[in-house]
Design a protein around this ligand. Sequence first.
Ligand code: AHM
Ligand code: MG
Length: 343
Amino acid sequence: MTISPQSISLTRYLIEEQRAGRINADLRLLIEVVARACKTISIAVGKGALGGVLGDAGTGDDVSINVQGEAQKKLDVLSNEILLEANAWGGHLAGLASEEMDTSQPIPDVYPRGNYLLLFDPLDGSSNIDVNISVGTIFSVLRAPDGVTQATDDDFLQPGTSQVAAGYCTYGPSTMLVLTVGNGTHAFTLDREIGSFVLTTRGMRIPEETKEFAVNMSNQRFWEAPMQRYVGDLLAGKEGPRGKDFNMRWVASMVADVHRILTRGGIFSYPLDSKCAAKGGKLRLMYEANPMSLLVEQAGGAASTGRMRMLEVQPTGLHQRVPVFLGSKREVEAAVRYHAEHD
Ligand code: AHM
Ligand code: MG
C-alpha cells in the first residue's frame, strides 16, 4: 500500500491544529512524543511470544505487584518505561503519572520543564496480553497549575473538563491512535511500512441510539439494585420495557470495547459492585475514565458515573476509581435514569 498525497499524517493534522490556534507547539510536541512511544509499544506487543515479552514481570514468588495490588505483566512494565523515557527529555512536561506508579514522577533535573501534565495507563487490558487479544494505551493531558514547574500529586487532581488532550492507542489487527484536542475525536491508523499515523476517520460520531451493551455479566449478582434493573430490562428485549432486543459484547480491554462503541455505538459500563465498592469502582478516573469520557463526548456521546457527568468529578486521588457508563447518548441517559429513579 502506498500513501497518497492527500493522506493527512498525524504530524500534519497537529500542525494544522496549531495554525488554527487550537494547540500550541509544546502540546503538539507532547502528542507527537506520546504517539512515537505508542509505535514502540505496538512493535513490542506485535512481536508477542517471539519478543520474550509475554507473562508476568518478576519471577516465581517474586512476581512484581503494582500500586493497585495487581500482578504486573512484562509488557506493562516495558510500556511504562517506554512512555516515561520518551516523555522525560522533551521539555514540555511538569510531571507524569501512570497506573503503574504509586506517585507522580518528577521530570529529571537535567531536562527542561514545560507546562503540561501527562497521565497514562501504559497498557490497558493486561489480562489479554498473553492471549493475543487487543490491548491499548490510554492518556490524558492537563495543564500544570500556574507557576508549577515540578508537579506533585495534588497538581494532577483536576476534573476531566480541564483536559487539553486525551487519546488512546489500540494494538489490534491494526494499530490506531484516537485523539481529541477538544475539537472532535479523530482516528489515525498506523501505516506500518512508512511508520506514520495517517488520519483515517475525521470527526468520529457515536450513534445516539444503540442496541448493544458491554459489561462483565459475571458480576451481575454483585451490582447495585438500579444496575440490576437496568440490565434486566435490556435482557428482557422486545417484550420488556425497552421494547427492543439488545446484543452484548465484552472484550475486557477497555480500549477495544470503547473503540467499538466509538465506531458503531453502544454503551460501555463498569458499574459499582460489592467487590469493588470499597474502592469506589474498578476503573481509574484520571487515566481511564476521564480520557475516554472526553473522547466520547467529543464524538457526540455521553459519559457518566451513573449519578453525575464523569468529566465534572473532582478527583481526590491519583488512582481514584469510579463507576463508568459511556457511549451512545440516549443509552447513557437511560442508565442514569435508572439510578436517579432508585436513589
Ligand atoms: P487493567 O488496567 O489492569 O488492564 O484493568 C482495566 C481493565 C479494562 O481494560 C477492562 O474494561 C476491565 O479491566 C476488564 O475487567 P474484567 O476483568 O472484570 O472483565
Ligand atoms: Mg487499565
